[in-house]
Design a protein. Structure first.
Length: 312
């Protein structure tokens, strides 16, 4: 469905701008359906179709990085293949970028129609928190559907970190961006694989990738609890001197305090552990993704098989 729509739109753009040439680079992120077979078929009949098939599922961020790295054009567009990023926006996006007025054109959802209220509320909360604690501004509703110049793409590829959060990277590299507002579009087929927990972990990834505020929060909690403990010690000493300490049973109070301070310690240690784990993964220097097959490998393999059959 996406291929039919994108070829239709690109043909319309070529009618207006004859100098344009297109390539369609698909990323197969370890799918277990017939996606790879369809991509092979498309690559055989259309030389503009290219694909990178991963050895397993590496996730959204790895897929986007692979696409940007593999794209050859002077302009690069990142799109979801479920048609939630309408190809009909491409002519308008190109008009903003082609004259050099903007380095990037992207869409921004003005509504979250089709999402649950809880999910929408948490999404808005994430953007508010992120923009408060980070020096990198992330526009609420901005999507990964982006039409970018080669210069901007190269700047993004220069950021080779393993723990990637593209929404933050797009903003961090700068460049002038044009936002196109539109209503949310439902996908014509299939369902999202993003669970609430998956989105929550992804939001934490973004916060830790572009802000050290959680570390400061942990430090402030430590200072605050120490200050409270110091005040309580002074009060206890004064009450003892004045003979006002009637020494109540206090067992529930002690238990509550133990749980409180233990929780604060574990919370702070957890924050430190998350940052340490990110550092640990970065120092491993593992590849962002592993390629199992591309259209070039497949077509060459097929030619070799045909040649061997002919020789026999």
């Amino acid at each position: 469905m996406f291929y039919e729509e994108i070829t239709k739109v690109s043909a319309q753009m070529q009618a207006t701008y004859p100098e344009l040439q297109f390539e369609y680079l698909f990323i197969n992120d370890g799918s277990k359906d017939t996606t790879l077979d369809i991509l092979r078929s498309l690559a055989e009949k259309d030389e503009r179709v290219r694909y990178i098939s991963f050895s397993r599922n590496f996730g959204k961020e790895s897929g986007m990085y692979a696409g940007l790295k593999g794209a050859k054009g002077d302009f690069v567009v990142v799109m979801d293949a479920d048609l939630q990023h309408p190809p009909a926006f491409l002519p308008e996006m190109y008009s903003y970028v082609r004259n050099g007025d903007y380095d990037c054109a992207t869409t921004r959802r003005v509504s979250r129609q089709g999402e649950s209220k809880i999910r929408s509320a948490f999404a808005r909360l994430f953007y508010k928190i992120m923009n408060k604690i980070s020096q990198t501004e992330i526009v609420d509703g901005a999507q990964d559907f982006r039409f970018m110049t080669r210069q901007m793409v190269d700047a993004i590829l220069d950021m080779t970190e393993y723990n990637r959060f593209s929404k933050g990277i797009f903003s961090w590299v700068g460049f002038s961006t044009r936002y196109i507002e539109y209503e949310n579009v439902e996908r014509p087929a299939g369902t999202t694989s993003w669970s609430f927990w998956g989105l929550f972990k992804y939001s934490l990834e973004g916060i830790m990738a572009f802000s050290t505020a959680p570390l400061a929060i942990a430090s402030m909690l430590g200072i605050l609890t120490c200050a409270i403990a110091f005040v309580l010690i002074i009060i206890t000493i004064i009450k003892s001197i004045l003979g006002l300490n009637d020494a109540p049973d206090g067992y529930p109070t002690i238990i509550c305090l133990i749980f409180l301070f233990s929780g604060l310690q574990l919370f702070s240690t957890g924050i430190l552990g998350q940052y340490l784990s990110k550092t640990y993964l970065e120092t491993k220097k593992r590849p962002v993704y592993i390629t199992k097959e591309t259209e070039e490998i497949y077509l060459n393999r097929k030619k070799e098989a045909a040649a061997e059959k002919k020789d026999q």
